[in-house]
Ligand binder design. Structure first.
Ligand code: ATP
Length: 423
């Protein structure tokens, strides 16, 4: 039965041992699978212990505890390197309802990367992976997606990811920037106009809604659409039909709807600033994007990604990277990107120092420094201790993990979190 599945799949027992495997799974992973002996975490994570011992959500544990299917995104070691995989774990029962084991089906998340990749959403943290899981789920359905998150959290990138991973990926992805759209512009931009519809309309022009036919229509900052235009938008979304300015006949467009807003739309509904019926029409599948301060683990990777495009071979000193990792980023990933670009332009040497960072970070660190005299968090102390060990420990990486009493994987994660490299 497992061979009939196209996606990589295994059947495992509660002790994580793999009892059956299909061709696609064998082709995906480097480690050879010994049926009855190999355990899933050894193959996919190169780890001797199950995921939950490393602070990750273990889907098998969830299935055992709740008796139902679950899905979660993890980063796996595959033939092609580190790869985000959406894992679907399902209990398999006999006819008496006794659980025989668990079926694990893997789905590669192609729009994300666990290393630098300019065209992808990069990150490895748990909040980022949870968001990927939802984006992946939404992409495969034709449901209306609402992306909510602070400015600069990657909503536009996420909207593109939903489109690219959907069945409509080879059709247009059309963006409607709602901020600053006047009523007159709203109608002609969205619905197009016929020749002679108004002064200056010397040619008929297709609107964005028509251009999105077959593909995805992305309304960025939907919370900025004024109330009087929200009615027209609602009509379009309910009927998928519209009339060009100056046109007599209604036209239809088949599009998948994705909207984004940095505003709290439900609070706007309560305040009477956003129509409730429109809210429920667009929020078929709401997804909250995490702020960068909720996923500091991803900062070093994002920095690496932005350095790749902005400079040739420059890198941050440990101290400068530490500063980057402790700032709170009100402007989120966009702000981090601009800080990296500025600092790499200012630095005269290949190593970017604290002094090369923009003033906003210097000020921030002074404030932090003042409070440091009172009390320091255990996390900060751990970071400093690890930074020191990275420079001074005489043995190998594995020996250091051993000496600290943690697994190689835990140590790797901690170094990644603090933006450290082992020599
Ligand atoms: N996970 C990510 N990996 C790499 N780059 C990212 C990621 N998320 C966002 N970015 C980059 O950060 C910048 C801001 O992203 P984006 O424009 O998608 O944010 P936004 O939430 O739509 O912003 P706004 O609310 O201001 O419209 C872009 O340059 C984008 O490429």
């Amino acid at each position: 039965m497992i061979d009939a599945l196209e996606k990589p799949a295994i059947f495992i027992r509660p002790d994580y041992s793999i009892q059956a495997v299909n061709r696609a799974y064998l082709d995906t992973y480097k480690q050879p699978v010994k049926l009855g002996h190999s355990r899933c975490h050894e193959i996919s994570h190169h780890a001797a212990e199950p995921c939950d011992r490393h602070g990750e959500e273990c889907p098998l544990l969830y299935c055992q505890q709740h008796g139902r299917s679950t899905s979660v995104v993890h980063v796996h070691h595959t033939q092609t390197g580190l790869q985000h995989c959406d894992i679907l774990m399902r209990p398999v029962r006999d006819e008496d309802g006794m659980t025989l084991g668990y079926l694990e089906i893997l789905n590669k998340v192609t729009f994300a990367a666990a290393g630098t990749d300019v065209n992808k959403m990069v990150g490895v943290s748990a909040p980022f992976n949870r968001m990927l899981n939802l984006l992946n789920r939404a992409a495969s359905a034709d449901i209306s997606v609402l992306l909510q998150g602070e400015t600069g959290t990657g909503k536009e990138l996420a909207a593109r990811a939903v489109h690219d991973a959907s069945l409509r990926h080879d059709k247009p992805f059309v963006i409607i920037e709602c901020t600053g759209l006047s009523e007159a512009l709203f109608e002609s931009e969205l619905f197009g106009h016929e020749k002679g519809a108004f002064t200056g309309a010397s040619q008929a022009k297709k609107g964005l809604v028509e251009l999105a036919n077959g593909g995805t229509l992305f309304f960025d900052e939907i919370g900025d659409v004024p109330l009087n235009m929200q009615v027209k938008l609602l009509r379009l979304l309910e009927t998928r039909s519209f009339r060009a300015v100056g046109g007599l006949h209604p036209k239809r467009s088949d599009f998948r709807l994705v909207c984004a807003s940095h505003k709290d739309l439900l609070a706007m509904v309560e305040a009477g600033e956003f129509r409730q019926d429109l809210y429920y029409r667009i929020a078929g599948f709401p997804i909250q994007l995490p702020a960068l301060r909720e996923r500091p683990v991803d900062i070093p990777l994002l920095v690496e990604q932005f350095l790749l495009v902005s400079t040739e071979g420059k890198h941050f000193s440990h101290a400068a990277m530490q500063k980057l990792c402790t700032y709170s980023y009100p402007g989120n990933i966009r702000e981090l990107k601009s800080i990296v670009e500025q600092a790499s332009l200012i630095a005269n040497d290949s190593q970017i120092q604290i002094e090369d960072l923009p003033q906003v970070l210097q000020n921030h660190s002074q404030e932090q420094g003042a409070s440091d005299h009172e009390i320091r968090s255990l996390e900060a102390l751990e970071g400093d201790y690890l930074a020191q060990l990275c420079q001074t420990f005489p043995g190998s990486f594995e020996a250091l993990a051993d000496a600290l009493g943690v697994s190689d994987r835990t140590l790797y994660r901690k170094l990644h979190k603090f933006g450290l490299r082992f020599r």
